[in-house]
Design a protein around this ligand. Structure first.
Ligand SMILES: Cc1ncc(COP(=O)(O)O)c(C=O)c1O
Length: 467
């Protein structure tokens, strides 16, 4: 096995064109004057303290707040992940209900374990053509939005689909004016121009996390948390961040964040890409791409054009096979894929030339397979079971005594692990929920790719030992 360094060198030597994170795409131009390794420093006399900033970090955070229209912004050196965790910890409650989407990022689930809060899950709307959770049925969601300690939403989804937050915030204003709304905008740090949907802060969210390393030029793991208003106690948030974040924050990360914010304001970089993406949509007609025509359907309010989601079903060829071909023959590396979809993610470091080569590759993919449709390669799809009842909080399930049971003996037990099929990535069962007959039947499906299930191969499952 080669060493890590050697593995990295080998990966880089392939020279693949990046349609994945980080957003800087390996371009030096985003780090003017950055000195490595000399600049790899942490808190020193003359520099500043991340956890109680008064100098250069404080002014840099103030600049971030100004750019995003926040009252305060906090730099995150452990990714957007700690933003999700800190918002829930800042509620200062170890009991009570919060409303979260069931397919929320795993950092939301870890926040529930850290806090002990009880989730009330909102079901996603699955787009039938992509078989992915791309929206929320707002009529249904409105009936689920009751009083709680907080509501949490993801905007945009990993795939670039957006829910109508204005409606949700309208309900909050009207019926629950004191209730904080948290937004995971990890994939939307670039929403600063009219080229993109509005950011969640501008719409009135109370706390919004972003991962500028995903679409902007900050180094991987650099994140931000923005806040406004009085609904969330600022000192609790600061305490939570101190609890979660490294005591040796990297100045390279923080400086890259500061520089990323300045580059982010350059509308021209994105405008050039938008034109090319519009051309790509036009030229690849016949391939199913998530596009503006999906707006207003399946709980999708808007679509972010900088994420290019391609469904390969019409080719009769699975997405993993397409990805293999794209890497080998076209030198293109996507962000992620499942059995039938491939996601290409643009960042501020991409060029029009990148999008043109993706455009040509997708056309070749489409044309090369016209007439030779191999329908037998279609990826199996899964019927999602009804959401099982919650018997223990995620925290109780995480810390409770556990035992392993064969799948067939687990009926009626409380799951002590969360298991999701991929796609669509929505958990069949979350830790703390009851294993119902429908859940059991779904888990017995062998033709599915599972995430988070340790005993899949031997068909056993972790359950709570409540005896
Ligand atoms: C929706 C969402 N939220 C939060 C995160 C966590 O962000 P980070 O990787 O910066 O910790 C991710 C990461 O992929 C994500 O997809």
């Amino acid at each position: 096995m080669p060493g890590l360094y050697e593995g990295l060198q080998h990966y880089l030597s392939q020279g693949l064109r990046s349609f994945h994170t980080p957003g800087h795409k390996g371009k030096r131009e985003f780090f003017p004057g950055m000195r490595f390794p000399e600049g790899d420093l942490t808190e020193l006399p003359g520099l500043d303290m991340l956890h109680s900033p008064t100098g250069i970090i404080a002014s840099s955070q103030a600049r971030a707040a100004e750019i995003y229209g926040a009252q305060a912004s906090f730099f995150l050196v452990n990714g957007g992940t700690v933003g999700n965790q800190a918002m829930f910890l800042a509620l200062g409650q170890a009991q009570g209900e919060v409303i979260v989407e069931r397919q929320a990022h795993r950092s939301v689930m870890s926040a529930l374990v850290l806090t002990g809060l009880t989730p009330r899950y909102l079901p996603a709307t699955i787009h039938p053509e992509f078989n992915l959770p791309l929206g929320l049925d707002l009529k249904h969601t409105a009936t689920c939005l009751g009083n709680a300690l907080a509501w949490h939403f993801t905007y945009p989804s990993y795939y670039g689909s957006l829910i109508d937050l204005t409606q949700i915030l309208g309900i909050r204003e009207r019926d629950f004016p004191g209730l904080p709304v948290f937004v995971d905008q990890a994939h939307g740090a670039h929403y600063l121009h009219d080229l993109f949907p509005p950011g969640a802060l501008a719409m009135g969210a109370d706390a919004v996390l972003q991962s500028p390393h995903k679409t902007l030029s900050a180094l991987t793991q650099a994140g931000m948390l923005h806040v406004q208003g009085q609904r969330l106690a600022r000192h609790s948030l600061q305490q939570a961040l101190e609890l979660l974040q490294s005591s040796s924050p990297s100045y390279l990360l923080m400086a890259s964040l500061e520089q990323a914010l300045e580059f982010a304001q350059d509308r021209k970089r994105w405008a050039g890409l938008e034109e090319e993406v519009a051309r790509l949509h036009h030229d690849t007609e016949g391939l199913r791409l998530l596009n503006r025509e999906d707006e207003g359907r399946y709980g999708i309010w808007r679509v972010d054009w900088s994420k290019i989601l391609v469904n390969t079903s019409s080719l009769g060829i699975s997405a993993p096979e397409c990805v293999e071909w794209l890497r080998r023959d076209e030198g293109i590396e996507p962000e992620l894929w499942d059995g039938e979809n491939i996601l290409f993610m643009l960042g501020i470091g991409n060029t029009a030339e990148d999008v043109r080569s993706l455009n040509q590759a997708l056309q070749r993919l489409r044309d090369g397979h016209k007439g030779s449709v191999r329908r037998n390669r279609k990826w199996p799809r899964l019927e999602l079971p009804p959401q099982p009842p919650l018997r223990r909080t995620p925290r109780e399930a995480f810390f409770g005594r556990k035992r392993r049971l064969t799948l067939r003996d687990s009926l009626g037990q409380v799951a002590a692990e969360s298991i999701s099929p991929y796609p669509p990535g929505i958990p069949i069962v979350v830790m703390g929920e009851v294993i119902t007959p429908e859940v059991l039947e779904t888990l017995q499906n062998r033709g599915v790719q599972w995430q988070g299930w340790e005993g899949y191969a031997d068909q056993w499952i972790w359950v709570l030992d409540e005896g």
